[in-house]
Design a protein around this ligand. Structure first.
Ligand SMILES: [Fe+2]
Length: 403
């Protein structure tokens, strides 16, 4: 019964989120965190990991191994964490009695370094009128820089099609040594399909936390493989969002689309429980609004990220539907660059005045020798893309000048 309510809520939320400009989904209060509570010691299971849509706010997420109440202590000096933030209250209730935690810090100062730690207090017993707390745990003090929205230059890395090979994450990151990034972008198919929470932690969250996510936020959009498996309906709760969104950072308006599945909704493997045709139509409706927005129009550059490319990924139903729905809008919006994955073959497609009016860059993966990490840097005059393979060799480049 509870499941039905949750799914209903999620469906309603999804509907609502498509009508607003940025989907921010964190519903830990209803999340199904299935971490084993068998271990005696209360601890942080994974985290903290940062996610953001910029705009002077950042979301800090973590999981504990038992239900707890948690918060973030933060400030501008490492030895003086003078502010405290809690998970978003829902109908007057603070986020608690959950293993999942998501705390958003808002109204941050541009270009400012913040120090923070996460704190969780185990809830040992939850009686209607008497709650018993257990141990308190906290992380080390970590730091991040809140990006200045007006910065001159923005840089990020894209990884895609990791397909349950967590070792690829550090391996690819190591091809780009010591370069501070504004964010790391995961362009879908990080998993083969969703099985359980353990997979989400071990195959993505933990490698991210170990290698960058305590200091540098990641942004993630679902690929077609994340829609598969018995845990696909819980999966998004572990992230700030995994669907469509848009945000501005420095000279770039970023637009992220969720391209859904690649086969027909009626395909037997989906067993009649998906509706991606409607979903993609809603995405296109949202994109239509986005390309008419002031933020989109006034940005020096517009970069679109979507897992299934809007062209050049075969004749399956999903890719064809993406071409039909999205390509005319991307052309109309005069986007400067589209970044995708899905085909497993890295490729730089040049703009074509009869097809894609924009450069379309597709990252490779997931096998050794085909994996890529794509570096993107944009300033007021140009976007420079450099795609590296897993030996660090540059296998694709593109420079887009301001029109
Ligand atoms: Fe894919």
């Amino acid at each position: 019964m509870q499941m039905d309510v949750n799914q209903n809520n999620r469906r309603n939320f999804l509907k609502a989120s498509l009508t607003i400009s940025a989907a921010t989904l964190v519903k830990p209060a209803v999340a199904i965190a299935s971490l084993s509570a068998a271990e005696d010691e209360f601890k942080i299971a994974v985290g903290p990991y940062l996610q953001t849509n910029f705009n002077n706010s950042i979301t800090i997420l973590w999981l504990t191994n038992k239900v707890a109440a948690g918060w973030v202590e933060f400030g501008e000096q490492a030895d003086h964490l003078n502010q405290k933030a809690y998970g978003k209250a829902d109908l007057g209730l603070m986020q608690a009695n959950s293993k999942l935690n998501a705390v958003t810090l808002s109204n941050l100062k541009p270009g400012t370094k913040y120090y923070y730690k996460i704190v969780s207090k185990e809830i040992k017993d939850f009686q209607p009128y008497k709650l018993t707390y257990g141990e308190l745990v906290s992380s080390n003090i970590e730091e991040f820089v809140n990006a200045d929205l007006n910065k001159e230059e923005v840089s990020f890395l894209m990884m895609n099609d990791i397909h349950d090979r967590p070792e690829s994450i550090p391996h690819l990151l190591n091809q780009v040594p010591d370069q501070k990034q504004d964010f790391i972008f995961f362009n879908g198919d990080i998993f083969d399909y969703q099985t359980d929470e353990k997979q989400i932690i071990e195959h993505m969250l933990q490698p991210c936390v170990t290698h960058f996510a305590k200091q540098t936020p990641f942004i993630y959009v679902r690929g077609n493989h994340e829609t598969r498996g018995k845990f696909a309906r819980e999966f998004s709760q572990y992230y700030m969002h995994v669907g469509h969104t848009a945000f501005t950072l420095g000279p770039v308006r970023f637009v992220i689309l969720d391209t859904g599945e690649d086969k027909e909704d009626s395909h037997p493997v989906y067993a009649g429980i998906v509706n991606f045709d409607d979903y993609r139509i809603q995405q296109a409706e949202w994109l239509k609004t986005e390309i008419e927005s002031k933020a989109f129009k006034k940005a020096p550059f517009r970069i679109v990220m979507m897992h299934i490319p809007p062209r050049f990924s075969g004749d399956a139903h999903g890719p064809k539907h993406c071409t039909e729905l999205f390509e005319p809008l991307l052309n109309k919006g005069k986007v400067d660059l589209v970044l995708s994955g899905h085909t497993h073959r890295y490729m730089v497609h040049q703009p074509d005045k009869n097809l894609n009016h924009y450069p379309l860059i597709i990252g490779g993966g997931p096998k050794n020798g085909t994996r890529t990490i794509t570096k993107v840097k944009a300033d007021q005059n140009k976007i420079v893309v450099s795609m590296l393979d897993d030996s660090g060799k540059e296998v694709g480049t593109y420079t887009a000048l301001r029109k």
